[in-house]
Ligand binder design. Structure first.
Ligand code: BDR
Ligand code: CA
Length: 314
């Protein structure tokens, strides 16, 4: 059983990741913290609450986090995720949700104190909330069991610039703090996430599900797959964020390599690049996902989502 805090910017693939986490009997989801990224933070926080409401999981607290990166203006991704962050489907998830009033940094620190040495963090957006929590309490890494993040492009080009992947590009300073901190970090980057996509027939069968959350994520993925058509040459929905969640619950699907990762912050052309450095004994190392059993991972995600639908019928 993992005690998990999910830091996220929903986001179509974040929504699939959330559904995956809710499907896992071995995941105790203690809190969701929202961050700017795919859409403004007020939108991503509302999306997280609406998705949980649709799943009947309003017991999971949602705390609102950083509205902007540490050292640059925020930028969103409406072309990928729609203006509403959910592929134009937000209106189907019901009315706006009331904010809880709790703040992401406080929630991260509180959960780490409530579950010292047992809290796993999954981060699938820009890393601003985690960096702010580290700045507020440098002892935080001692209380956290692991950080698994979707971010980086290690041995391939990025998806925002040739150098940078979106979650790192949207707050390079924060990402560098997270990679340099003394906690075990696993990075699941584009090298593996672009290889695990839901195909058109998977998306259609999710959209036809009798589970309201799965039906909604199916419709979101249809929008998102249309965006990816020009990159992949087919309508398919890469599962960046759900795959990062799989690294926690199905680690056998991955090959990891230990690297000392830092983030380029000053490069004129390479800002946000994840760089693997040599040497540096005693410095923080990251387990970087360099390979994945892609077809098995796709099936694993679909089977987990099917189990959520099955549980909903009981
Ligand atoms: C990452 O960026 C966002 O668009 C996705 O939600 C994912 O977390 C992929 O680069
Ligand atoms: Ca995301």
């Amino acid at each position: 059983m993992r005690t998990l805090l999910f830091d996220t910017d929903p986001g179509v693939d974040d929504a699939v990741a959330l559904a995956y986490l809710l499907s896992r009997p071995d995941c105790e989801l203690v809190a969701v913290t929202a961050v700017h990224g795919n859409a403004p933070v007020a939108t991503t926080a509302d999306n997280a609450r609406a998705l949980l409401r649709l799943a009947g999981r309003e017991d999971v607290p949602v705390a609102i986090g950083a509205a902007r990166p540490l050292a640059q203006e925020p930028a969103y991704a409406p072309e990928v995720h729609g203006e509403d962050g959910l592929g134009g489907q937000r209106a189907l998830l019901g009315p706006p949700t009331p904010p809880s009033g709790s703040r992401a940094v406080d929630e991260i620190l509180r959960q780490s104190e409530r579950h010292p040495g047992r809290l796993d963090i999954l981060a699938t957006g820009p890393l601003t909330n985690l960096a702010l929590a580290l700045l507020c309490d440098p002892e935080l890494p001692r209380r956290v069991r692991s950080v698994t993040l979707m971010g980086g492009a290690f041995d391939m080009p990025g998806n925002v610039t040739h150098a940078a992947e979106a979650n790192i590009y949207h707050d390079p300073e924060a990402a560098d703090l997270v990679f340099a901190a003394p906690w075990p970090v696993t990075a699941v980057g584009l090298d593996v996430t672009l290889r695990v996509a839901l195909e058109e027939e998977d998306i259609a069968s999710l959209a036809a599900s009798d589970h309201p959350l799965l039906a909604a994520v199916g419709r979101m993925c249809a929008h998102y797959a249309e965006f990816y058509r020009r990159f992949l040459g087919r309508r398919a929905a890469p599962q960046h964020d759900a795959l990062a969640a799989c690294a926690l619950f199905a680690p056998h699907l991955f090959t990891l390599r230990r690297r000392r990762v830092r983030v380029e912050r000053r490069g004129e052309y390479t800002r946000g690049m994840t760089v693997s450095l040599r040497g540096g004994a005693g410095e923080a190392e990251t387990a970087v996902a360099v390979d994945v059993q892609a077809e098995e991972a796709r099936r694993h995600i679909l089977e987990s989502l099917a189990a959520l639908a099955e549980a909903g019928r009981r």
